[in-house]
Design a protein around this ligand. Structure first.
Ligand SMILES: C[S@@+](CC[C@H](N)C(=O)[O-])C[C@H]1O[C@@H](n2cnc3c(N)ncnc32)[C@H](O)[C@@H]1O
Length: 212
């Protein structure tokens, strides 16, 4: 049975990983501490370092692929995506403080990055102009309700303008029904990223969808 010792060991190994690469992403911060709390927005906590490597194959990504992390926080998933040969990697973050930490992380990382076109945007996902060539989208439960619906509707609009395959990796998929309600999404896989989770809860799960 896993207990607090297991959690401590994982935390220590994450911090050792961050120290090795010269980045800082591992924290839990409530959004009211950042002055951006509002209905439908939760907290800052990064996704697991390995989640992209578990959900994307290096072979399926090439220079015409474009990655977007909506609510990129301190940039952990931006750094992870940039280890794949994406043509461009975007991170959109509402908090100026987190955005600045993400910029420092990208500048200072000692990780080997394969994508050299990394665009960190400080702003609201609601007003971000989604590129028509985005092919992989990552959500770590950044927002719910009308903001999430608006982003999903605008992703579908990019597909109408530029038909292509679009993958959505949704970590802690609280608004999974909104993705399915588009009528354009196929659930490819569900994987467990947390050892302990409450049965029936979306927390601890990652869903991978193909949107067409
Ligand atoms: C759970 S954290 C995920 C951070 C990052 N994606 C990761 O996995 O490491 C969610 C992030 O979404 C951001 N966020 C919330 N609402 C947003 C919005 N409307 N536009 C952009 N970012 C937003 C929060 O500030 C927070 O940093």
């Amino acid at each position: 049975m896993r207990g607090p010792y297991d959690l401590l060991r994982r935390t220590v190994s994450q911090l050792a990983y961050e120290r090795r690469y010269g980045v800082r992403t591992a924290e839990l911060i409530e959004l009211d501490q950042l002055g951006i709390a509002a209905e439908g927005r939760g907290y800052y906590v990064p996704a697991s370092w390995r989640i992209l490597r578990r959900t994307l194959s290096r072979k399926e990504i090439g220079p015409t692929d474009v990655f977007v992390d909506f609510g990129s926080g301190m940039g952990r998933m931006v750094l992870e995506a940039a280890r794949f040969p994406f043509g461009r990697v975007y991170g959109i973050e509402l908090s100026e403080q987190l955005h600045e930490i993400a910029e420092a992380n990208v500048r200072n990382t000692r990780q080997r990055l394969r994508c050299d076109d990394i665009r960190l945007v400080h702003g609201d996902a609601l007003t971000f102009e989604i590129p028509d060539d985005v092919t992989v989208v990552f959500f770590n439960n950044p927002f719910q309700g009308t903001v999430f619906t608006s982003v999903i509707d605008r992703l579908v609009a990019t597909l109408d303008r530029n038909p292509r395959q679009l993958k959505i990796i949704y970590y802690n998929p609280v608004e999974q029904q909104t993705v399915l309600d588009t009528g354009r999404a196929q659930l490819l896989r569900t994987l467990r990223h947390a050892r302990r989770r409450v049965e029936g809860s979306p927390f601890g799960l990652t869903n991978v969808y193909q949107l067409t």
